[in-house]
Design a binder for this molecule. Structure first.
Ligand code: PLP
Length: 432
């Protein structure tokens, strides 16, 4: 997918084809234009290790900026509340059919505005307020919407959170099972925002069946690995499978819900009219485009390279004396506990920002520090893999991470790394 024929680092971004669509913004709103240029430059010249981020193709980016943004289309294809929806029906039906095909699902809803609203629709479609739900605790890698205390999901539902084992960093399915038997949830979530190992969806399904709960899988992070067979597939087992479209799927900011036919009506009604009004049709068009891209052989190779890169990065970090939660990774991300380096996660994040490497501070299982000032960092390979980085670049990145973190006060090291990062980024230009 990478097109390296244009968009080298250029002093005048107005001359690169990818940003010519910005000319009207420059005329109307120079402040926003400048911010877009600065962000383009930031993305061009820095290394992106936040595992939930990626770079969309020109086709996806173009699809977002189309006249579909002008349209209202409450309802579903063939059953809209307003006129003039014949073209919206075409794109939404294509997006749905492509989603079903890619994931082997019986039913797909592509209208949720983002991942959190998609998860909200699962609650609204399948449960009653006050029902008990279970999900992975946020400090152990779960998502806010899986029942964490500051989220609607714990406010409107009785939330029970399961942990990972603080020693191994791994899920203990016996513990999940015990908690499920004790609390009898109506819904069990499997899915994570910071879990570097395989999720055994068949075991979750077995536990849910045993206690009479619905089983929902949130594959926002690992959607591409599931689609390409590199991670176990929850679709055969789960009542609902949710995912964002803007992470590994390399689509626009949005989400999808896959369900079995028996839940199709409940989920569709939960999305509209339950939670949302008009769908974002320009986003739907871009989702359809990203799903087409994800059905190609190149995408399978891309996902394989994500995993190879993550393993290479993990190994190189371990060689430099870093401690990885669970000892490594099976997927696209890893969690590094910086306690042995004596550097808090936030301090590392800020220093690396200055060195042109973006990642996020993250809690690690059993963290003694707070969520605002955690012990670890989280890194992932989807974005750098899109850029064309391979194992050699992963080893370079591990070296830079080590150099900065081990010399956290040293401005010269940060400057040197920043320079080397820019040089490598210049060799792998983005296409914007
Ligand atoms: C597992 C998981 N589910 C849901 C979401 C929520 O997505 P959004 O930020 O689009 O609401 C995220 C976001 O990072 C996530 O990691």
């Amino acid at each position: 997918m990478q097109d390296t024929t244009s968009s080298p680092l250029a002093p005048d971004y107005g001359e690169t084809p990818g940003v010519q669509y910005l000319a009207p913004i420059r005329e109307v709103d120079p402040d926003i234009y400048e911010a877009i240029l600065a962000e383009t430059r930031r993305q061009q010249t820095g290394i992106e290790l936040i595992p939930s981020e990626n770079y969309v193709s020109r086709a996806v980016l173009s699809a977002i900026g189309t006249v579909f943004t002008n349209k209202y289309s409450e309802g579903y294809a063939g059953k809209r509340y307003y006129g003039g929806n014949e073209n919206v029906d075409i794109i939404e039906t294509l997006a749905i059919e492509r989603a079903k095909q890619l994931f082997g699902a019986e039913h797909a809803n592509v209208q949720p505005y983002s991942g959190s609203p998609a998860n909200m629709a699962v609650y609204y479609g399948l449960l009653e307020p006050g029902d008990t739900v279970m999900g992975l605790a946020l400090p152990d890698g779960g998502h806010l919407t899986h029942g964490w205390k500051v989220n609607f999901s714990a406010h409107f539902f009785n939330s029970v959170q399961y942990p990972v084992n603080p020693e191994t960093g791994l899920l203990d399915y016996d513990v999940v099972w015990e908690l499920a038997r004790e609390h009898k949830p109506k819904l069990i979530w499997a899915g994570a925002t910071a879990y570097p190992r395989v999720l055994e969806f068949d075991k979750f399904a077995q536990i849910a069946e045993d206690v009479g709960a619905y089983f929902a899988a949130d594959i926002a992070h690992i959607s591409g690995l599931v689609a390409t067979g590199l991670h176990p597939d929850p679709v055969p087992y789960a009542d609902a499978v949710t995912m964002t479209t803007h992470k590994m799927l390399r689509g626009p900011r949005g989400a999808m819900i896959l369900t079995k036919e028996e839940h199709a009506r409940a989920i569709d009604r939960a999305v509209f009219p339950g939670l949302q009004g008009g769908p974002h049709d320009h986003v739907t068009a871009a989702i359809a485009v990203c799903l087409k891209e994800a059905s190609k052989e190149e995408y399978v190779e891309y996902c394989n390279q994500i995993v190879r890169n993550a393993k290479a990065l993990a190994e190189a970090l371990i060689e430099r004396g870093f401690e990885l939660v669970s000892g490594g990774t099976d997927n696209h991300l890893m969690l590094v506990d910086l306690t042995n380096k004596g550097v808090p996660g936030k301090v590392a994040q800020k220093a690396l920002d200055r060195a042109g490497i973006t990642l996020n501070a993250n809690m690690v299982p059993g963290d003694k520090r707070s969520a605002f000032d955690p012990s670890g960092i989280r890194l992932g390979t989807p974005a750098v893999t899109t850029r064309g980085f391979k194992e050699d670049e992963m080893r370079k990145i591990a070296g830079w991470l080590a150099d900065v973190i081990e010399n956290i006060e040293d401005k010269a090291t940060i400057e040197r790394v920043r320079h080397e990062v820019e040089e490598v980024c210049e060799q792998f230009p983005l296409w914007y």
